[in-house]
Ligand binder design. Sequence first.
Ligand code: NAP
Length: 497
Amino acid sequence: MNPDFTICIPIVAATLEEAIRDIEKARTYTDLVELRLDHFDNINPGKLQTLLAHCKRAIVTCRSPQQGGKIAISDEKQFQLLTAAIDLKAAYIDIEYNSKNLPALLPRCKKTRAIVSYHNFEQTPSLNELQTIYKTIDSQRPQLVKIVTRANSINDCFTIFELLRWKKNLVAFCMGLNGEISRILAPKYGSRLTFAGLTDDKTSAPGQIDIHQMQTVYRVPKINADTKCIGVIGEYAEHSRSKYLHNPLFELHKLNYVFLPFRVAASELAEFLQNFRKFDFWGAAVTIPHKIAIMPYLDDIDETAHSIGAVNTVLNFNGQLMGCNTDRTGAMHALKQHCNLDGTRILVLGAGGATRAILYGLKNEDVRVTVVNRTEAKARELAGEYAFDWGNSADLARLIREHDIIINTTSVGMHPFVDDSPIGASGLEPGKVVMDIVYNPMQTRLIRDAETAGCHTITGENMLIYQAIQQYILWTGREVDFHEMGDFFYAQAKYSP
Ligand code: NAP
């Protein structure tokens, strides 16, 4: 545990009763809450005294709507409430740097410590600008300076990490979905606090993560300067299930690692990888749409990834980034655990990145493969590369009848289009094996149809878990088996029914 760091839970209740209930709940996670007085109906010093009596330690905050507050509170009322908080010996008051009341309140803070805040709800200014803002605030000698900005890109988080490395009496992180990693990694870079919602509908700022995720999934209280950062680089990385695979294993194996979502758009990839090197991140998984686009930015690419033409794993060897691909091994393990491939005819649907990895795996097996894809030219080209057959989508019904194993490698059926299937139900019959690599949801329409038809089915998380095992071994050097990782995955992943 890091003694200079605390997770604070904001209390954003409208009534005294609700707030007291929330304070009691929050206490099971942390001893520090933030009383957001601007969320209360008719708050007054008497009610504040009742609230403080229920808190072990509290930050008392009372923002105007321009400062991100909920209910309009006059300057006079703000002064009255924050003075009361000081008189009642609250642990902290938090006040915006440009508040009219700041000069009068600061000298009164003796037992109560002052946090003076700068919020920017539009953007993250440059490091230079933030340093100037810091100096302006710090010249007034508050105990803590709080700088919270909006991340319009994940790269903004690294500006905040630079700022944190520079000074010690700081609380700093970014708001918004793009700011998530700055909230999680706050203790790594020296922020004295980070904030977490009591539940996902009881948050006080955009992008705030709930306390359960912060503590149980990301293990934030255990993060420190030495924590190794790994994550999944994807445009919608926040939807990835990988955090449920790797983080619990890091805990089980007592490894000081954390697995994060790296939400990176195509236009942000180059800068993100510069930051990745500069901040010495340990490794990454790579997902849509970066598996091919990332290749030119890497220093080395292993033979498998080179042959497949796509990278799904990155290792950082002292600033030298190496690309690998574990999808082939993952897919082949998933298939071979469920069926004997020898002499079988396999129909592969799709001609995307994942298809390439699977065809590369199948090329060394005693199998006959036919590739079919919506864009026929891609099926023809890819099949040609591996000396396999290709087929026409119009002949799908016949092709299904003629093949023993059908593997869907397209994204059809993936959330939110969960009722779509890459094939109709006709032609599916007992004895056939149907594998879907889509894992969100696990029970895709294709899998449901195949089960109804009496086929043997292999759901997408099988490949996901097997390929993640290979990644885990690459990043940590620790062996792990399917059940060790799979049990955590099935227990923790919050699948929609
Ligand atoms: P990709 O490179 O973008 O390829 C997508 C493929 O799906 C292409 O063949 C594309 O056909 C086809 N497709 C997309 N929409 C379609 C539609 N409406 N009708 C017919 N075909 C359609 O994506 P990827 O990286 O290969 O990933 C594909 C899927 O596999 C995703 O769901 C991904 O989550 C999953 N995946 C799972 C694992 C695992 O471990 N289980 C690993 C990797 C990927 P066109 O060529 O005609 O566009």
